[in-house]
Design a protein. Structure first.
Lengths: 112, 116
């Protein structure tokens, strides 16, 4: 059983560019959450998707947007990249009615 | 606003020692609390989850306790090994109307080093 997968593993972008990160949830899971983890910090909640809708959002600007597809996979889009967006982006999936969130390996984004 | 604090920020111990990691949170209206392990540059591995109605959970050499009224949790690691070296994070989930949905709020983690 494949766990949560994320792509790409690493990404280098220039300030002002746009980026799309992808996540496939664990089999049987229908809810996807995205987190940003800066170096030396705990992860910060960006947003959560269920039934293809954003259900909850953390304190992130509108430059951060997402999407969930009918097969429950998800994308995180970040526009107008800033140096401060450099971080490890983590995707977590869970199943309705169950509390445990399973995390993927993350995408390391570097903005230069 | 929920805030989670972990103490100590870093801990270095010799192999074989028993140790305790601490986590405190400001809002006691939580749905559950979860302890994670993170190896450098990697994702998070769930270690233990404690529901708000529970007092503790055990898995192998790990034991986590929860005192919701005082806003505290501890992770006890018995007979530590060099392979236990990692960052340990605790996270709380808000009680979103009694549902399992909702964000996790993380502490900054405790960096554990176990030396031979």
């Amino acid at each position: 059983d494949a766990g949560v997968t994320q792509s790409p593993t690493h990404l280098i972008k220039t300030r002002g560019q746009q980026v799309t990160l992808r996540c496939s949830p664990k089999s049987g899971h229908d809810t996807v959450s995205w987190y940003q983890q800066a170096l030396g910090q705990g992860p910060q909640f960006i947003f959560q998707y269920y039934e293809e809708e954003e259900r909850q959002r953390g304190n992130f600007p509108d430059r951060f947007s997402g999407h969930q597809f009918p097969n429950y996979s998800s994308e995180l889009n970040v526009n107008a990249l800033l140096l401060g967006d450099s971080a490890l982006y983590l995707c977590a999936s869970s199943s309705r009615g169950r509390s445990v969130q399973y995390f993927g390996p993350g995408t390391r984004l570097t903005v230069t | 606003k929920q805030e989670v604090t972990q103490i100590p920020a870093a801990l270095s111990v010799p192999e074989g020692e028993n140790l305790v990691l601490n986590c405190s949170f400001t809002d006691s209206a939580i749905y559950n609390l979860q302890w994670f392990r993170q190896d450098p540059g990697k994702g998070l591995t769930s270690l233990l989850l404690i529901q708000s109605s529970q007092r503790e959970q055990t898995s192998g050499r790990l034991n986590a306790s929860l005192d919701k009224s005082s806003g505290r949790s501890t992770l006890y690691i018995a007979a530590s090994q060099p392979g236990d070296s990692a960052t340990y994070l605790c996270a709380v989930k808000a009680n979103a109307g009694g549902t399992s949905y909702g964000k996790l709020t993380f502490g900054q983690g405790t960096i554990l080093t176990v030396h031979p």
